[in-house]
Ligand binder design. Structure first.
Ligand SMILES: [Mg+2]
Length: 269
């Protein structure tokens, strides 16, 4: 025989059910954020930094990465692979890039330009002007360790698409008369495929394309800030600086304004 409840008992019962479900969900989320143990299927054994990364929820972890609060990580938590994949191929990444490009364009359009052709905008190349999503989609969206050999093959193929929002900004900057300078962590021996790739992706002109001398070490900040200083010494005024890594943006002279393109897939010191 079916259980019959008085009609006026149904509402309190439903409310109680919702409270229990919500509390369980909230508890699980809280445990995920506050747990000192690596998340299930997480980054596993490794540095203290990696353990901290694995303890955060994927959304909190992404926020920490983008704000430069989480540093010196080597791969995304394995538990966040699906999250990062969904983000990179989803609407949120597009919207986040659009906000960056829109703010940068509004800022550039509001500048009182001298009109002497010495205002410059610095762009990073990988995952800023060009997107390496095809490479990262093949390698677990940063969940697998960086594969230098495979990445060099990818660069040599010169097939990276433009990040559409950055390409749109690039066109606006050129129309304003701002000179574009690319400063990339790619090595100088990769100039030919890099030029080919930038052109095929729609970047048809630039003032300078600076690639890293092979003799330099791996640290990006001294190299990139040093190259920006050379621009300033040559009489350029760096009005904007855009990159997907904080190491693209920090280190004097940073440029009058910096713009961070979202990139939750890897960290470059
Ligand atoms: Mg980059």
């Amino acid at each position: 025989m079916a259980l019959r409840l008085p009609r006026d008992a149904l509402v309190p019962l439903l409310v109680l059910l919702l409270v229990v479900v919500h509390a369980t969900d909230a508890t699980q989320r809280l445990e995920m954020v506050t747990s000192s143990a690596p998340a299930r299927g997480g980054a596993g054994a490794g540095t203290t930094s990696r353990a901290r990364v694995a303890a955060a929820s994927c959304a909190s972890w992404r926020l920490g990465v983008e704000t430069n609060n989480i540093r010196a990580w080597y791969s995304i938590p394995a538990a966040c692979r699906g999250y990062v994949s969904d983000y990179m191929f989803g609407e949120q990444f597009r919207q986040d890039c659009a906000v960056v490009a829109r703010e940068a364009a509004a800022y550039a359009e509001g500048l009182a330009l001298a009109g002497d052709g010495r205002e410059a905008w610095v762009f990073d190349v990988d995952d800023t002007a060009l997107t390496n999503l095809p490479y990262y989609a093949d390698t677990g969206f940063g969940a697998q360790p960086y594969n230098a050999t495979y990445f060099e093959e990818y660069v040599a193929n010169a097939t990276a698409p433009a990040l559409p929002e950055v390409l749109g900004l690039y066109g606006k900057l050129l129309a304003l008369g701002i000179k574009v300078v690319f400063i990339t962590g790619r090595h100088d021996y990769e100039r030919e495929p890099t030029v080919k790739n930038l052109r095929s992706a729609g970047y048809h002109t630039w003032e300078k394309l600076v690639l890293k001398p092979s003799s330099l070490g791996s640290s990006v900040v001294p190299y990139k800030s040093g190259e920006r200083q050379k621009l300033v010494d040559a009489g350029y005024r760096i009005v904007g600086n855009m990159g997907d890594q904080w190491s693209d943006l920090v280190g004097a002279p940073e440029g009058d304004r910096t713009f961070k393109v979202p990139d939750p897939m890897y960290y470059v010191a």
